[in-house]
Write a protein that binds this ligand. Structure first.
Ligand code: GUN
Length: 312
């Protein structure tokens, strides 16, 4: 049997191209319009993953010439105190984008905070106004991860129009906006979730399969039709060596076992990479795939928000 030829859709060159475009736009706004877009990131508490994500967002903003502010509040912050910080940022004319990092401590209701952000500055695209605008095909700020998936597909010249796109996962952050964006690009869209019966029968029909479930290696060979394009949005830590043997083929296993030995775990998406490589025509790796696009799209959203609000 001849081996399946699979194309690896690396996120790095796409993220670099987008960041280069954003940096050029920031330079042009500064030279021609006399301002520099400003992103304010708010982090509450000491969640270690959030600290890394926010650090990367601030660092990338600075690399691209954006102004960035990091507002770090204590884990005991009340909802009213956080609302005051958001309202102050809403009122400041120099602030173009506001991002409140999730998860928030349990005394704070995410929904109340996300709805308090001025929709014009909502660079996450989570405000109901932006969700509604996206659903009704109006210009809006779009959640960064699904927007990044569309960039990967387009820039690798993978046709979306007329294709059957199947999304596994129905979160507000990825699954639902992903469905809207694929629909806008003329795909036929199916959303599957934890209550879908006979999942492999549905997912194996996909020309484009997007996995956003949050479970390491959940999508197996039986879920993937021959020649499908598989987009893996998951980011999970795997520390179990036996499980690593199930996930990785000879090409990767040794490297991954060394990572587990050194750091205690290795990053794995929602797709079993060994089995995806045997069936897919193309797939996004983890790490090094979709994840790299999320920050690049946040930078793009900040510039877009600045231009829309300032009517440029
Ligand atoms: N936490 C994990 N991902 C995200 C994201 O995209 N936006 C925000 N605000 N918080 C997150």
């Amino acid at each position: 049997m001849s081996e399946n030829q699979v194309k690896i859709l690396s996120g790095a060159p796409i993220a670099e191209a987008i960041k280069k475009e954003v940096a050029a736009e920031v330079k042009s706004l500064s030279e021609n319009h006399g301002f520099c877009p400003c992103l304010a990131v708010v982090r509450v508490g000491e969640d270690p993953a959030s600290a890394v994500y926010v650090g990367n967002k601030v660092k990338t903003s600075q690399e691209l010439g954006l102004i960035s502010e990091h507002h770090h509040l204590s884990a005991e912050t009340t909802q009213d105190e956080l609302l005051k910080v958001v309202n102050d940022l809403n009122e400041r004319d120099d602030v173009d984008g506001i991002l409140v990092q999730l998860p928030l401590p349990k005394q704070i209701d995410d929904k109340v905070i996300l709805e308090a952000i001025n929709p014009e500055k909502d660079v996450d695209g989570f405000h109901p106004i932006n969700v509604g605008r996206l659903a009704s095909g109006q210009k809006s700020l779009v959640p960064c991860t699904p927007a990044g998936v569309i960039e990967i597909l387009k820039r690798y010249e993978i046709e979306i129009k007329g294709k059957h796109a199947v999304i596994v996962g129905r979160s507000n952050i990825v699954g639902k906006p992903m469905a809207q964006l694929l629909l806008q690009n003329d795909a036929t869209v199916t959303i599957c979730h934890s209550r879908t019966t006979n999942l492999p029968a549905v997912t194996s029909q996909a020309d484009i399969l997007v996995a956003a479930i949050g479970r390491a290696g959940f999508i197996r060979g039986e879920h993937i039709g021959n020649g499908a394009v598989v987009v893996d949005v998951g980011i999970n830590n795997v520390s179990d060596v036996d499980f690593a043997h199930e996930l990785f083929g000879e090409d990767e296993l040794e490297k991954r076992l060394a990572v587990i030995e050194k750091r205690g775990s290795t990053l794995v998406g929602d797709v079993n990479p060994k089995e995806a490589k045997a069936k897919a025509s193309a797939f996004t790796p983890v790490p090094g795939g979709v994840g790299l696009l999320t920050i690049a799209m946040l930078m793009k959203n900040t510039v877009d928000a600045a231009k829309m609000r300032r009517k440029i």
